[in-house]
Structures are given as structure tokens and as C-alpha cells.
Design a binder for this molecule. Structure first.
Ligand code: ADP
Length: 441
């Protein structure tokens, strides 16, 4: 990042300085040229005024200087006067500035002089008598001056670039260092946010850290719970088996112990089954396998599996409602339905009542399971969806509960983007309602 920022800033600085230099040099050259041209034009006008008074060549001779070369040319092109004579003088009729002056009254050109071999600016004007007065300015000095200026500009350019290199490095450090510092102190990022623009980033990092910490705590807590839950039945299985092995169990106890071992093993199996279900739900967020499910038929199928347990307790179980469609995973919805009704059966005294209602209020499909069971206190209602939470641990264990049933239900409901609502009064009964998103084909 440091290199990238450095390169970007440097590239911008170099481009800006180079452009400024080239531009100022071009402007300088142009103003030099314009200045020279206007000088020549002014000199020519003064000479013309002086000469046209009495057409005295002497006046021209006296007015000539090292800077300006004055030439008087007849309309035939023949040179009448030359302030700096150089050997043979040629006919000047074909010189562009002369031609132009003859045609338009004035003419000018910048070219390398044939006579002196130097860059020269020519300015010619037609006099009243038809002759052409031409003044030439040697631009070599301008050229030399420009060259000197270019060298000075180049030197300044190099110096400025070197300075820019140093400043850019410092600037980059100033910008990047606090960000690097922040990166090194992610655990305490709040204290290291260098710019207000980075506050949202820091907040998001903080949120992720909190979420990661929560997930980590949750995982640790869950692992400890699982270990504990697995250990208890295994300890009693091992205890009973040891007593049988050592011959400590009497003949009459062996059958009793074997039954206890089987019960504990069954408990272990259902615990492991629930843990597997939960871990599957934790990792499963693929909705591709969602199908259309009829809630009413699903309830009837689930009751077939639960048939024995509620009949055994002589519980009256009624199903009311209509065929309602939802989008979801059949297996998950069946497990949800099973857990809810199974809880009602478990926590309702014999001869109690359970009502399962299926409907679609305003197109919102719902499934409601109400019982006349023991009920759940307001305080515990907040916790029943936690993993391994049981209001009465020994009662739940006796009934074959694992404390994971409602955690699984909650997961399945969330997976289907639904919501679950609990209404319960201790000693009166419980009502659990699951609502699903509107069905869309
Ligand atoms: P468990 O395997 O113990 O039934 P759940 O997660 O299914 O575990 O339920 C958590 C706890 O919520 C239960 O132990 C029980 O105390 C309470 N509970 C759940 N459903 C009912 C209900 N219908 N009536 C009374 N208590 C209930």
C-alpha cells in the first residue's frame, strides 16, 4: 500500500511539475518572439517616418545599429542600401516578406538568413515611392537566451523533482503510518483510528470481533455442554456394566441394570441424533432443495409417528384447519412439527388436551400447537430456545428430553424465514405459533 500511494502521489507531482515547466517555457518563448517582433515593427515605423521626409540614405546609415540590419529595396528587387553589406547582394524580389509587402503594404517572415546564416526575423513595408524598407533582427541572441533559460529551467526542474521525491516520501509516511499502526492494533482499534473516514471500517472490524468472540464463546459453551451431557449417561452405563462384570450385581438386579443401560444408551443415541441435526442445520443454508409443502398433511403424517405416545397418556389430540402451502424442506418441517407436538405430549398431564391448528391468516401460513400442560414461567420462556436449557432437568431427562428440541425448532423456523411465538401460563398450558412467509409459486 505504501509503495502504491507513494507511486501515485509521485506520478501526479511529476506530471504537474513537468506540465508547468513545459508550459512556462512555451509561454516564455512566445513572449520573447512577440517582444522581438513588436520591437522590429516599431523601429521600422520610426525609420519609415524619418526616411520618407527627404529620402536621405544617410539617415538610414546613421540609424543602423548592430541589432538591426536595414535594407532598402527598389520595386525591381535591386538593393539600394544595405546597412551590413556582405559581398554580392542578390535580387530581393523573391524574398517572401518583400513579396508580401509589395502586395499588402507589409510583410514579415522568420527564417535562416541566406546572407548571414543566422535565424532572422524580417519585417518589410512599402514606402510611398514604391520602394521597400526592410528591417531584420538577428534572433540568434533570442535563441541563445532561450537555450540558457531552458538549461536553468531544467536545473530547477531537477531540483524540484528531488524535493518532490523527499516530500512525497514524507507525505506517504504521514498518510500510511497511522493506517499501518491501526492494522497492527486491531484488538484495540478504537484507540488507533487515524481519520474520521475510517470510523465505519473500525466499527465493522469491532462488530466482526464481537461476533467472532460470541461465536467462540458459544462454541466453547456448547462443547462443554455436549461433553457434560454425554458423560452423564456414559458414566452410569459404565457403572452398571462394571457391577455386572465384577459379579456385584445380584441375579435379580442384572435384568434391572441391563434395562438402565439400554435406557441410557437410548438417551445417548437421541442426544447424538439431536446434535447431528443441529450441526447439519448450522451449516445448511441452501434453499435450493425447498419444495412446496402442505402443512396440514405434514401434521397428519407427523401424528402417525406420535400416535402411540399421546394415546398412551390418554391425551385428546385434535387437528383443525385447512390445507395451507409453504415453501420449505419437508424433512426439517416435519422435525419441527414433531418436536413441538412431542413437547406438548411430554409436558401435559395424562388426559390433557392438545390442539394443532393450521391456517393462513391474510395469506400468512401458520401452525399453532396448544396444550393444557404444565406451562412455562415468563422468565423461562425467554430461555427455552437455548441449547440444553430445560426448566426441570430431571423431569426432562425422565421423559427422554435432550434440551435441544426447541433449539432445533428455532433453527428450522429461521431457516424458513419464519418466526415463532410462545404464550404460556404456569399450570394452565402453552401455545406455540410458527408463522411462515407468504407462499409464492
Ligand atoms: P427437552 O428435550 O427438554 O424437551 P426442548 O428444547 O424441547 O428440550 O425444550 C426446552 C424446555 O422447554 C423443556 O425442558 C421444557 O422445560 C420446556 N418446554 C418445552 N415445551 C413445553 C411445553 N409444551 N410445555 C411446557 N414446557 C415446555
Amino acid at each position: 500500500m505504501r509503495k502504491k500511494v507513494y507511486r501515485y502521489i509521485l506520478a501526479i507531482v511529476i506530471i504537474a511539475i513537468s506540465l508547468a515547466m513545459v508550459l512556462s517555457y512555451v509561454v516564455f518563448l512566445r513572449s520573447m518572439k512577440l517582444q522581438a517582433e513588436s520591437d522590429v515593427k516599431r523601429t521600422t515605423s520610426i525609420l519609415r517616418a524619418g526616411f520618407e521626409k527627404d529620402e536621405d540614405i544617410e539617415f538610414l546609415r546613421e540609424s543602423s545599429s548592430d541589432d538591426y540590419r536595414i535594407t532598402l529595396i527598389k520595386s525591381t528587387g535591386e538593393v539600394v542600401f544595405e546597412s551590413v553589406p556582405k559581398g554580392k547582394s542578390y535580387n530581393h524580389l523573391n524574398r517572401p516578406e518583400v513579396k508580401e509587402a509589395m502586395k499588402n503594404g507589409v510583410g514579415s517572415e522568420l527564417r535562416v538568413s541566406q546572407t548571414l546564416d543566422t535565424l532572422t526575423y524580417y519585417y518589410a513595408i512599402e514606402l510611398n515611392n514604391g520602394e521597400i524598407l526592410r528591417v531584420a533582427l538577428d534572433m540568434e541572441s533570442v535563441k541563445n537566451y532561450s537555450r540558457e533559460t531552458a538549461i536553468i529551467l531544467l536545473l530547477i526542474y531537477t531540483l524540484v523533482i528531488l524535493l518532490a521525491l523527499a516530500i512525497t516520501r514524507k507525505l506517504t509516511d504521514n498518510v500510511v503510518q497511522p493506517i499501518e499502526e491501526m492494522g497492527e492494533n486491531l484488538e484495540n482499534i478504537d484507540a488507533y483510528v487515524p481519520y474520521s473516514e475510517l470510523v465505519p471500517f473500525a466499527e465493522s472490524v469491532k462488530r466482526q470481533q464481537v461476533a467472532r468472540q460470541e461465536a467462540e464463546d458459544f462454541r466453547r459453551h456448547f462443547t462443554a455442554n455436549v461433553s457434560h451431557e454425554l458423560k452423564t449417561p456414559l458414566t452410569s452405563i459404565s457403572g452398571y456394566a462394571e457391577m455386572i462384570e465384577n459379579g456385584m450385581a445380584k441375579e435379580v438386579d442384572i435384568k434391572k441394570f441391563a434395562n438402565k443401560i439400554r435406557l441410557e444408551a437410548t438417551r445417548l443415541l437421541s442426544l447424538i441424533g439431536d446434535i447431528i441435526d443441529l450441526s447439519k442445520l448450522d451449516s445448511m443454508f441452501n434453499k435450493d432443495d425447498f419444495k412446496t409443502v402442505d402443512l396440514y398433511n405434514l401434521v397428519l403424517n407427523t401424528l402417525d409417528i406420535l400416535d402411540y405416545s399421546y394415546k398412551e397418556k390418554e391425551i385428546s389430540l385434535k387437528v383443525e384447519g385447512e390445507n395451507v402451502l409453504v415453501k420449505g424442506s419437508y424433512d426439517q418441517l416435519e422435525e419441527m412439527c414433531y418436536n413441538l407436538i412431542d413437547n406438548s405430549i411430554k409436558y401435559t398431564e395424562p388426559k390433557g388436551e392438545i390442539l394443532v391448528e393450521i391456517g393462513g391468516t391474510d395469506g400468512v401460513p401458520f401452525l399453532k400447537v396448544s396444550d393444557t400442560g404444565i406451562g412455562i414461567s415468563e422468565k423461562d420462556q425467554k430461555r427455552i430456545f437455548e441449547r440444553f436449557f430445560r426448566v426441570d432437568k430431571s423431569r426432562s431427562k425422565k421423559l427422554g428430553g435432550t434440551g435441544l428440541g426447541l433449539a432445533i425448532v428455532k433453527h428450522i423456523v429461521l431457516h424458513h424465514e419464519g418466526e415463532i411465538d410462545v404464550k404460556s401460563t404456569l399450570g394452565t398450558g402453552t401455545e406455540m405459533t410458527v408463522r411462515f412467509p407468504k407462499y409464492e409459486n
